[in-house]
Design a protein around this ligand. Structure first.
Ligand code: ACM
Length: 271
């Protein structure tokens, strides 16, 4: 058996050190293999502009936040998936890090930026990749990536058993849609969302909480409250994600007809 979970909380904008301290305190007693944190867990989300983001984003090779998370994973002997504001030379990415006892294993840079994120972040440039963690394979996607079903599909086709999905959701559709992302790919998913309101001089954003864990049959195993801190961990049987059969005569992957799906991978659109 394998343990997965999330920590839902309400990061305070710009308070990187205290957000990190909150996470470390909340996770210090937990027993798990993996815990997923929200998108942009340490900086907060609603940047005024690119310059403001630039002043807070961190280079992964020179980040006290990353060093603390690495040491924490080593001490706890577990893995964290977390949203992170990443600076790479003059580029800025809305990233997700997979960190384990040995350090950073993979960095995924959000491919599908949401709304005003496009004014601040560069679009992701990392391929969708699957990584082994102990007995399972996981893929990372970030928040709005849910709306492009290709994201989850590619990760599943590459062998992911589990989708780790750091989020800062402001719309209400995603939690329900992720039941379908799990069902159509026969994978577990953990959506770790934040809650609370970010009040900034340029506007307010309200986040929807309700972080959740879904099984490969699209069954909701747990959904958190809309506005409370919550750490939730469950045990899963990963073999459930490796059975892609749907009926006696249907298999989610073998039934695919890629020869008819050309439009999906063409650049641009016919409409
Ligand atoms: C989102 O992608 N943060 C909605």
């Amino acid at each position: 058996m394998f343990k997965i979970g999330f920590f839902q909380f309400n990061p305070e904008f710009g308070k990187v050190e205290s957000n990190l301290a909150k996470v470390i305190y909340a996770l210090s007693g937990v027993q798990t293999d993996i815990v997923v944190l929200p998108e942009l867990s340490f900086t907060g989300y609603f940047f005024k502009n690119r310059d403001e983001l630039k002043s807070m984003a961190e280079d992964l090779k020179n980040s006290s936040t990353v060093e603390s998370l690495k040491a924490f994973c080593r001490e706890k002997d577990f893995y964290i998936v977390t949203g992170f504001a990443e600076k790479a030379a003059d580029r800025l990415f809305n990233s997700s890090l997979l960190i384990g006892p040995g350090g950073i294993i993979h960095t995924y840079r959000k491919l599908h930026l949401f709304n005003t994120e496009k004014d601040c972040f560069d679009p992701g440039d990392t391929p969708l990749e699957v990584n082994s963690v102990r007995s399972i394979k996981l893929g990372m996607m970030i928040c709005f990536d849910w709306v492009l079903p290709e994201t989850a599909r590619i990760l599943a086709l590459k062998g992911a058993d589990l989708l780790c999905h750091p989020s800062n959701l402001v719309l209400t559709h995603c939690q329900q849609a992720m039941l379908t992302r799990s069902l159509e790919n026969s994978v577990f998913s953990v959506t770790a969302n934040r809650y609370g309101i970010e009040s900034r001089p340029h506007g307010n954003l309200s986040f929807t909480g309700q972080s959740q864990i879904v099984d490969p049959k699209g069954k909701l195993l747990h959904r958190a409250n809309a506005a409370q801190d919550e750490l939730h961990v469950i045990e899963i049987d990963i073999d459930e994600a490796r059975d892609k059969s749907f009926t006696e005569k249907n298999n989610l992957f073998k039934d695919r007809r890629p020869g008819f799906y050309g439009e999906m991978v063409k650049t641009g659109s016919s409409i």
